[in-house]
Design a protein around this ligand. Structure first.
Ligand code: NAP
Length: 310
């Protein structure tokens, strides 16, 4: 009997995913009926994007798992109708994209590339940036993405501190956790990268007190989620020069409204939530593997802890 897989995401995503998903399911040895429309009571798995039309999971009475296409699950994890296991997306290409985006923006600020871009004026003004070992970087959130970014930065020679909810040991990274760990992690953050999920606990992690705890002239890079930052506090810290620059990819409201002060601020770089994207070929293999596991009675990969919200 084929398993019935409902693809519940936008039409554009279906266009991107239909072929890779069919190929990946076949390669995983899963015989499946894959469609964007199936009778809910016959659906075995839902491949899901939180902006799909499916918001009530009650009719999906035999569904064994909901497989999210996105790494962030804040828009589905609290859905009271969802009783099925929920897996989030962990995609090697998404991770690689984030490593490249974070490393690129860290190096921009570390090497002060903007300084030289602004001085193409015929004057031979020498200024030697420090080397990586002299530029401590802190990453808040040491999950799939934070760990990969931390290890890449450590490999370049940056002293990397990572902060997470639970204690960790990651080669090449000083790992801290808890409230006291956060203060220590911030105090050494000449460059701070936010890779926490959005949960009630992480809301405004970077507030006025946290910004004050950072060294003078530090840089903030946020590819995590907009609500991790208290925007007014960040703007105030930028205005008084305590924070040298903020590179922001995610915002409380997206698209970022055209009149938002971030757009015009000379010390802010806005990118439109492009730090990293799930890629259909590799993500389809992750989804197919989870369906294979479900069918063979093996535990699902990348399950969300509903109580923790990520
Ligand atoms: P993940 O594997 O779930 O890792 C989350 C990390 O945050 C873990 O280290 C976790 O600690 C830590 N954490 C969670 N709550 C915490 C708290 N209250 N205090 C301290 N640490 C806490 O997630 P991921 O795959 O790395 O993704 C991280 C986030 O990146 C996603 O949730 C999403 O918002 C964002 N993202 C953005 C883009 C983009 O294009 N901008 C793309 C993909 C993802 P433990 O290790 O102790 O559990």
């Amino acid at each position: 009997m084929p398993v019935n897989v409902l693809f519940a995401a936008t039409e554009e995503r279906w266009h991107d995913y239909e072929t890779p998903l069919r190929t990946a399911l076949e390669e995983a040895g899963v015989t499946a009926t894959l469609a964007t429309d199936l009778p809910p009571e016959e659906v075995d798995y839902i491949v899901y994007a939180p902006n799909s039309d499916v918001q009530d999971f009650t009719p999906f009475t035999r569904c064994k798992a909901v497989l999210n296409l996105w790494a962030g699950v804040e828009n589905i994890v609290g859905n009271p109708t969802l009783t099925q296991p929920l897996a989030r997306m962990v995609d090697p290409s998404l991770t690689q994209g984030m490593v490249e985006w974070v490393t690129g923006h860290v190096l921009r600020h570390h090497l002060d590339i903007d300084f030289f871009l602004a001085r193409q004026n015929g004057k031979w003004e020498r200024y030697i940036p420090p080397i990586a070992s002299e530029r401590p970087v802190t990453i808040l959130g040491m999950g799939e993405l934070g760990t990969a970014c931390g290890q890449a930065l450590a490999a370049l020679g940056f002293p990397v501190t990572g902060w997470s909810r639970s204690p960790k040991q990651i080669e090449g990274v000083t790992c801290l956790h808890g409230t006291e760990g956060l203060t220590r992690a911030l105090a050494r953050a000449q460059i701070l990268v936010l890779l926490l999920p959005k949960t009630p606990e992480t809301e405004s992690t970077l507030d006025a007190a946290a910004l004050d705890a950072m060294p003078e002239g530090a840089v903030v890079i946020n590819p995590g989620r907009g609500p991790l930052i208290d925007d007014d506090a960040l703007l105030a810290a930028l205005d008084r020069g305590h924070i040298r620059h903020a590179t922001l990819d995610v915002f409380r409201e997206e698209p970022l409204p055209a009149d938002h002060p971030y757009w015009a601020h000379p010390q802010v770089t806005v990118t439109p939530h492009i730090a990293s994207e799930t890629r259909p070929d590799t993500a389809s293999r992750v989804i197919a593997e989870n369906i294979r596991r479900g069918e063979e009675g093996e535990p699902f990969l990348h399950l969300v802890d509903r109580d923790q919200g990520y």
